[in-house]
Write a protein that binds this ligand. Structure first.
Ligand code: HAM
Length: 431
């Protein structure tokens, strides 16, 4: 009986694994350059951790289980709640700001589709303990800093930035009650994913006053911060949110990425815990889902029983990113191909044991080496060396029997040189 892989999961054969490692290595390198330290948590947590503040959408997508003691657990769909729990646990001992990153494997029981799977990797980095627009800008900058290294330019991607604080102030100014915000945010977040008529119908259900509803839609479609006052009178709360957003854009300019950044009030974010600046990075063509998303969540640590500490961060999955890089021709050109340094072959059948010895000596000096198990003729071994993409072939021939000399064949040029075994090995020694 053949058992298929589970829907929405991926098998990583060596070539896919190489791509995955290349992406994750890039994430880690940029994290370290931007001053973040790595952390990780368990792959499952108590179910209630995600029910507290992540929002209905993510709760519906949980893979949950009960352990033998009857405790309700869930596989992590995101790492932000774990981060909040971990920070709360040691809150007095941790020097601030806390700048941490992680690359967890996550599971969400979503309907699998292009760029959305049930199991994926997600780069996260967060700044905890700083309540300033510059920290939000640093989060957006770090996301862009990585995407730049892959070769994506401001013609390919845009960071769409808005603010939950602004949205809340605008809704309040329009006379919408704060109790309605959470359900309204969930709908507004889906605006671009729904057909316009469906969105209008759902909005009318929540906001029966057609004038209020049309002003909300008008706000969502604005293209610049300056236009806000054309839709809503800018009271103090609106003004404060505008000032904060402007400070984020000013910092992004100083950081040199303003050509990637636009104001987009349509960005609301699906998760319930965001409280301030929010952003998503999208491909310009707009056919894919967000490459990444994040924002400020100043109440989450407090909601998890800790002190009120401000926080901001982001998550970037590997799926949409990989599709986009592939479509732009930026993946295969950059992911390193398999490279084996040496393939040890024998031309004298009595010297198969020497082949194992020499391969072991090459490996013990920190270089990669393989040999053939088939014990066939030299030409077959050379073919195997080529199929393994070996850089050089070390051939044990008659010269070795006579004078302990090896033939080193460059597999790219075909050039051959004779080298004494002792010298060959000493040249492999690390400096
Ligand atoms: P999120 O918007 O749920 O945010 O996910 C962030 C990113 O993870 C998405 O933009 C996408 O790249 C990737 N992603 C999410 N779901 C899937 C899926 N089913 N398949 C493939 N990729 C997916 C969060 O998770 C927040 N915790 C991020 C955050 C950290 N905010 C503050 N700190």
């Amino acid at each position: 009986m053949k058992i298929p892989p589970v829907k929405g999961t991926r098998d990583f054969y060596p070539s896919e694994m190489t791509r995955r490692n290349w992406i994750i290595d890039g994430w880690k390198k940029v994290s370290v350059c931007n001053g973040f330290e790595e952390y990780d948590g368990p792959i499952f947590e108590y179910l209630k951790m995600y029910q507290i503040k992540s929002g209905d959408e993510i709760v519906e997508q949980l893979f949950s289980l009960q352990d033998r003691g009857g405790r309700d657990l869930a596989i992590r769909p995101e790492i932000t709640p774990t981060l909040a729990r971990m920070v709360n646990q040691q809150v007095n001992a941790l020097p601030r700001p806390i700048k941490w990153f992680s690359v967890p494997r996550l599971c969400r029981a979503e309907r699998p589709q292009k760029g959305r799977l049930r199991e994926f990797f997600q780069w996260n980095f967060d700044i905890i303990g700083i309540d300033s627009p510059e920290a939000d800008a640093e989060i957006i900058f770090t996301s862009l800093d990585y995407l730049r290294t892959t070769g994506l330019t401001s013609a390919d991607i845009k960071a769409k930035i808005s603010s939950r604080k602004l949205l809340a102030a605008v809704l309040t100014a329009l006379g919408i009650a704060a109790e309605q915000f959470d359900t309204l945010y969930a709908l507004l977040d889906k605006r671009t994913k729904l057909p316009p008529e469906t969105f209008a119908e759902l909005l009318a259900e929540q906001i029966p006053d057609s004038q209020q509803a049309s002003r909300i839609s008008a706000f969502m479609a604005l293209e610049s911060v300056e236009q806000i006052e054309s839709v809503v009178p800018a009271d103090e709360a609106v003004q404060n949110a505008i000032t904060e957003l402007k400070a984020v854009f000013a910092a992004l300019k100083l950081m040199g990425v303003s050509d990637y950044c636009v104001f987009d009030p349509g960005i609301v974010r699906g998760l319930a815990y965001y409280t301030g600046v929010v952003f998503e990075i999208h491909d310009v063509v707009g056919q894919l889902r967000a490459i990444c998303g994040g924002g400020r969540y100043d109440n989450l640590l407090r909601d998890f029983g800790g002190p009120a500490i401000p926080a901001t961060g982001m998550g970037m999955g590997d799926c949409v990113l990989e599709i986009l890089l592939h479509e732009k021709g930026l993946l295969d050109s950059q992911v390193p191909r398999r490279y084996l340094e040496y393939f040890v072959a024998f031309a004298v059948p009595t010297h198969t044991r020497t082949m194992y010895e020499i391969a072991a000596q090459i490996r013990s000096r920190g270089h990669s080496a393989n040999f053939s198990y088939k014990l066939g003729g030299l030409s077959k071994q050379l073919k195997e060396a080529a199929s393994q993409k070996a850089g050089k072939c070390v051939i044990i021939g008659q010269e070795y029997v006579d004078k302990q000399e090896l033939v080193i064949k460059d597999m790219a040029t075909g050039e051959q040189v004779l080298v004494d075994l002792g010298r060959f090995l000493s040249e492999l020694e690390p400096d």
